[in-house]
Write a protein that binds this ligand. Sequence first.
Ligand SMILES: Cc1cc2nc3c(=O)[nH]c(=O)nc-3n(C[C@H](O)[C@H](O)[C@H](O)COP(=O)(O)OP(=O)(O)OC[C@H]3O[C@@H](n4cnc5c(N)ncnc54)[C@H](O)[C@@H]3O)c2cc1C
Length: 372
Amino acid sequence: MSYLEVLEPLVRSLIAPEAPQTDQLARFPRAALDALGEAGLLGLISAGEVGGMGLGLEQACQVVERIARDCPSTAMVVTMHYAGAALIEKYGPAEIRSAIARGEHLTTLAWSETGSRSHFWAPVGTARPDGDDFVLNGNKSMVTSADHADSYVWSSRPAHTPQGASTLWLVDSRAQGLQCPAAFDGLGLRGNASAPVRAEAVRVPASAMLGADGAGGDIMNGDALPVFANLVASTAIGIADGTLQRATQHITASRFAESGEALCDLPTIRAYLARAQLRADQARTLRDDTLAALATGRADAMLRVLEVKAAAAEAALDVTDTAMRMCGGAAFRKEAGIERLFRDARAASIMGPTSDVLYDFIGRALCGLPLA
Ligand SMILES: Cc1cc2nc3c(=O)[nH]c(=O)nc-3n(C[C@H](O)[C@H](O)[C@H](O)COP(=O)(O)OP(=O)(O)OC[C@H]3O[C@@H](n4cnc5c(N)ncnc54)[C@H](O)[C@@H]3O)c2cc1C
């Protein structure tokens, strides 16, 4: 059975039916994560040598895209897990890699801070050497799966190398000195537990460092951004697809009593649908081209990486906005499921690097200027 055949029944029997409650109660989708772990899907990108499925970014994108059609909150939790797992696969210890492969370890990125805000590449949190250990202090502003993940891929200022932009750490979420001071009560992605995490004198061993001290910026750009940008884009594409599917169902089924015509008999409504479908298809095509550029080492791969998240995030905003208009008052009601996806779609464009930051980066890349 392929990984998508393993996923489909889980989405249909568990993730999709739970999605409205996940949203309404801002409830972390624990049962879904447990089921995905048991099915091996949390270990999708873990190497075969540690017991994982040994698949890659393309397949991870398909997984989060499919989940996002029905539950974007769960898709974002899986997105951040894969983003962290990719770094742990390359720089982390075998023991945690095996636990991820077994589906027994959920991870996430803890990068955004109250100080550096969405400029995650310039953290203000610190790492102070103390004997053989390091002591972390910092205020993370929004961490998906906060208080539910087993580990955080944590960023700080470098411990020893002032010229380096940042250093990455693998931090056990149960480490003493870590706390989540407030629960998440957001507009959208309400089930993803994207809460603040504070580190006060959290002691970690030197082995917790992922890559070299001061190498965080290179790892963020070289290893993390291609994975993260494509995964967030795929979540946005899944939201657009789920919205189009629900909107099409509504406009073909809803009729005017006086004429017997359906909403889809109105040319204006059909044109809105067509434009929204184009936006979704353009985003998917760019995502697929970005994955192809990365897989073949094409010269424009990094430009595509900068483009893909902005394109898909903005497409999801447009598609969900259009669906709200096409489906009228019915879309305001929770039963149609469209307003939930409309709210969930707001996140991707303001997750770092935000669309506006990416526009600046793309412009800089085109002009031959340094990115940051
Ligand atoms: C649902 C959700 C889940 C998240 N999960 C995580 C997570 O797991 N891990 C994590 O580390 N973070 C996470 N984040 C945080 C996210 O990545 C951003 O850091 C956060 O949303 C930025 O919020 P802010 O208020 O600090 O934005 P600000 O940085 O204050 O930005 C405010 C506005 O200014 C614009 N802006 C900022 N800088 C520039 C610039 N240089 N040029 C042009 N415009 C600019 C932005 O585009 C934005 O419109 C999550 C956020 C959300 C919404």
